[in-house]
Design a protein around this ligand. Structure first.
Ligand SMILES: CC(C)(COP(=O)(O)OP(=O)(O)OC[C@H]1O[C@@H](n2cnc3c(N)ncnc32)[C@H](O)[C@@H]1OP(=O)(O)O)[C@@H](O)C(=O)NCCC(=O)NCCS
Length: 157
């Protein structure tokens, strides 16, 4: 596969493709309304990876984050199955971590399914630490691990 991808802010026009990727990626996908709500929130932002080749230009991955005070939360990240292991999630995470640093966030947090080997591998490469277990967070027997990347020392009380 030849081509290159770029990262940009998502627009409402990207929603059909984001939904397609979401449904391919997750057994309990977010709904169209859930994404639309994120688009309307001031502290929420979605970025997309766009694959550009000679004959097509398509959204192949996305990341959704919240930026609240000094805390940066990655809510959702997914890459189209046909475009995995090309470094697209890495580029999305690079953009997110760059934004978190630029906004002087202290901490990046996220939740990941305990069974999600690929995502846990991705986050570990950025030195996210596995902090807590949330039992049955995604349903019976489906635990979540809370992961954190400390960017700055927390403000003292
Ligand atoms: C997790 C996911 C986003 C990774 O996307 P990707 O574009 O394929 O990731 P990258 O190519 O940037 O891979 C970066 C690193 O992540 C790890 N990784 C990615 N996929 C992996 C897999 N299937 N198994 C083990 N490690 C994996 C590796 O360390 C990889 O580096 P390497 O290719 O040099 O070995 C993708 O598999 C996906 O969309 N999964 C379904 C949705 C999901 O689980 N999202 C996370 C919710 S918390």
């Amino acid at each position: 596969m030849t081509g290159a991808f770029t990262i940009r802010g998502a627009a409402l026009l990207d929603l059909p493709r984001i939904l397609e990727i979401e449904r391919l990626a997750f057994s309990q996908p977010w709904s169209r309304d859930a994404f639309k709500r994120e688009f309307s929130l001031a502290f929420s932002r979605t970025i997309v990876a766009v694959w550009n080749s000679v004959d097509e230009s398509a959204v192949v991955g996305f990341l959704c984050r919240w930026l609240v005070g000094s805390e940066y939360h990655v809510l959702n990240i997914a890459v189209h199955p046909a475009f995995r292991r090309f470094g697209i999630a890495t580029a999305l995470m690079d953009a997110a971590i760059g934004e978190a640093r630029a906004s002087e966030s202290e901490l990046i947090t996220l939740e990941v399914r305990r069974s999600n080997v690929a995502a846990r591998g991705l986050y570990r490469r950025y030195c996210f630490e596995e902090r807590r277990l949330r039992r049955n967070y995604y349903g019976p027997g489906q635990d979540a691990i809370v992961m954190e990347l400390q960017l700055k020392a927390p403000a003292s009380l």
